[in-house]
Design a protein around this ligand. Structure first.
Ligand code: NAD
Ligand code: TYD
Length: 336
């Protein structure tokens, strides 16, 4: 099978490419990525020389780039997005452009060439749950996005379903909870806190740290997408979750403990506007229909992630300083 992976130089996309080439060595992967601040070719140096892997730098909003690549592919696995809630509050326009318009450009191409489409989305489209309740999101939860990020992802989900319902495009969708693991850009909470604590800096906890997220180790997400691509039913949505609800103070205290720092390293800062209180996912559909469930516990996953960041301190420093962009620019020039 020939996969066109969009956003493969980002956090989950790069983990997915490593995963796919390892688990499906007979398949080929083309990675289409614009290399925004979040795209880093350094995440993919291990696969650069694999003859079944190719990188194309380009924008998913540009049909001239997208059309021939979709034409060549058996399936589009669509990760490319602007993904950080805090950035979406500062600059919502680019979120609408990439997440909504870019998805529609890809869908048009998929329709033209009758290419299957798997859309990678988030639990954040469902809004916020009450703290302390047992309620969870599932495939039937009403959409209720609150941030420009989640609203733009909700728009993309609706477009994907519209192309299926209106034109019969063969699509599947997945909505997943918060991921963590290797190659996670240190602007999101877990990698930011690990890198700060490794460097002896304080960690900024928003508000009182009571917000709850349901954490999933990134490789388990990749495995879930594999199950959907391989055996998922066309037209269906699958919710993916970690079964690991933690509030931000619990996560922070665990990181402090594992990294040998005390609570003087916590700095409570102004809360995020419109900060969703709680996310949690009922993933029983994908368990029942496709036999998937998380395989890595939160405690195991966090230890693996800390170990990875300890081994990749220079990578993280290059991300924070912006030097990784020079690195991949050089790599890109050499490839031409
Ligand atoms: P990321 O920000 O780390 O990576 C996004 C990638 O998309 C980057 O490589 C970037 O260069 C690329 N990109 C951005 N705009 C582009 C454009 N216009 N054209 C081509 N490439 C472009 O994001 P991530 O955390 O890896 O998330 C990947 C996908 O998974 C997103 O769709 C996100 O909504 C979804 N998701 C993320 C999480 C999470 O916890 N990170 C959870 C559930 C779902
Ligand atoms: P984040 O990793 O940005 O993911 P999302 O907002 O998409 O869930 O944030 C996870 C949680 O951590 C969220 O409740 C916001 C909080 N947070 C902090 O307290 N401090 C930080 O510096 C960041 C980036 C997030």
């Amino acid at each position: 099978m020939k996969l066109l992976v969009t956003g493969g130089a980002g956090f989950i996309g790069s983990n997915f490419i490593h995963y796919w080439l390892r688990e499906h060595p007979e398949d080929s992967v083309v990675n289409l990525d614009k290399l925004t601040y979040a795209g880093n070719l350094e995440n993919l140096t291990e696969v650069e020389k694999n003859p079944n892997y190719q990188f194309v730098r380009g924008d998913i909003c540009d049909p001239e780039v997208v059309n021939p690549l979709v034409h060549e592919a058996d399936i589009v696995v669509h990760f490319a997005a602007e993904s950080h809630v805090d950035r979406s509050i500062m600059e919502p326009g680019v979120f609408v452009q990439t997440n909504a318009v870019g998805t529609q450009v890809l869908l048009n191409a998929a329709l033209e060439y009758k290419t299957r489409f798997h859309h990678v989305s988030t639990d954040e489209v469902y809004g916020s749950l009450k703290l302390g309740s047992d309620t969870k999101f599932d495939e039937n939860t009403r959409y209720d996005p609150h941030s420009p990020y989640s609203a733009s992802k909700a728009a993309s989900d609706h477009l994907v379903r519209a192309y299926h319902d209106t034109y019969g495009l063969p699509v599947t969708l997945s909505n997943c909870t918060n991921n963590y693991g290797p190659w996670h850009f240190p602007e999101k909470m877990i990698p930011l806190f690990i890198t700060h604590l490794l460097e002896g800096e304080k960690v900024p906890v928003y508000g009182e740290g009571i917000n709850v997220r349901d954490w999933l180790y990134v490789e388990d997400h990749c495995r879930a997408i594999d199950r959907i691509i391989t055996d998922g039913k066309i037209g269906e949505t699958y919710c993916i979750g970690g079964g690991a609800e933690k509030n931000n103070m619990e996560v922070t205290k665990l990181l402090l403990k594992l990294l040998g720092r005390d609570e003087s390293f916590i700095e409570f800062v102004k809360d995020r506007p419109g900060h969703d209180l709680r996310y949690a996912m009922d993933y029983s559909k994908i368990t029942k229909e496709l036999g998937w469930k998380p395989s890595v516990t939160f405690e195991e996953g966090i230890q693996k992630t800390i170990d990875w960041f300890k081994e990749h301190r220079e990578w993280a420093k290059r991300c924070t300083s912006g030097d990784y962009q020079k690195y991949y620019e050089q790599q890109y020039e050499q490839r031409q």
